[in-house]
Each structure stands twice: as structure tokens, then as C-alpha cells.
Design a protein around this ligand. Structure first.
Ligand SMILES: [Zn+2]
Length: 162
């Protein structure tokens, strides 16, 4: 059986939790998401156990493609990198992502990678998003900025019905 490693996004260092693990794998980019002093101190305390990884270009592109296809537009660059190192490491190890981010949890389902919430409940269902126009209600293509039917700029996201 292969070794299980835990990959944490910034919520691991921001939220309160009692998770105790020997090693935490992450990317250097999470540091930029630690804005509060509390989070920075927490990260300091964890730092002897933190192992940084640099994602491969190939995995970054794959994650971006999956995110785009499933309408996960709120995924940040840091989120993409976290998912990309998970993809890289999952080739040789059993990977668990620790994250409270719904977009990360959702992409994990598509990748078949286990994701555990830190403080919130994990979503049970795969959510696929679609863009729609708040004025005329029509479903829009994932790249739409304005409504292609009525020209409104009131474009929003909703869980897809198909
Ligand atoms: Zn419209």
C-alpha cells in the first residue's frame, strides 16, 4: 500500500482545527494568502513540518482545463497550484487534500482525489456550474461576460441543472 500524504491549502493555516499530522505538503504560494497575524504565526508553528512542492506545468494546465470545463471560475492561482501538486504527487502516493474551499473540493471529485474539510462540512454532491443572465434568465456559455441574448452585464453563476 502506498504512503498517504496530506496536502493543505491556506485554510489549514487560517481556520481553527485539531488536525495533527507529521508532515504537511503545500506550495510556497499559500504564504501569500496568509494575511492575518494569527495565520502567519500558525504557519510559523507548523513550518518545521511543512514540505513545499512546485507543480508541473502539465498539471497546472490540466487543472485549469478541468476548472474551465466545470465552470469553477472562483479557483485562484494558489488553488490551481494546490490541485496541481496533488495531481503530480498522486502518481506515486495516496493523496488527501485538506481544504475548506468548495471549488477545490469539487475539482477533487473530478480528479478522484480525496478531500477533507477542515472546519466546514464537505459537500456530498458534485456541483457543476453554469453562467446565466439575471435579466432574461438564459443559460450562457462559460466564457460570457455579457448576455448574448439581451446584452445585459448582469451575468451570474448557478448550479447547472444538467
Ligand atoms: Zn439576458
Amino acid at each position: 500500500m502506498s504512503e498517504t500524504i496530506y496536502i493543505a491549502d491556506s485554510s489549514f493555516f487560517i481556520e481553527d482545527h485539531n488536525i495533527k499530522i507529521e508532515e504537511i505538503h503545500t506550495t510556497e504560494s499559500v504564504i501569500q494568502e496568509l494575511k492575518s497575524l494569527k495565520a502567519k504565526l500558525k504557519f510559523e508553528a507548523f513550518s518545521p513540518f511543512v514540505i513545499f512542492h512546485k507543480p508541473s506545468e502539465e498539471s497546472i494546465n490540466k487543472i485549469k482545463e478541468i476548472a474551465k470545463n466545470h465552470g469553477e471560475i472562483s479557483l485562484s492561482q494558489v488553488d490551481v497550484e494546490i490541485l496541481a501538486i496533488a495531481l503530480d504527487l498522486s502518481k506515486s502516493k495516496n493523496v488527501v487534500i485538506l481544504s475548506d474551499d468548495y471549488s477545490i473540493q469539487n475539482i477533487c471529485k473530478y480528479l478522484g482525489i480525496e478531500c477533507k474539510g477542515i472546519s466546514k462540512k464537505i459537500i456530498k454532491k458534485k456541483i457543476k456550474w453554469e453562467l446565466y443572465c439575471k435579466i432574461c434568465g438564459n443559460k450562457l456559455p462559460s466564457s460570457a461576460i455579457t448576455c448574448i441574448y439581451c446584452g445585459s452585464k448582469d451575468v451570474a453563476r448557478r448550479p447547472s441543472s444538467d
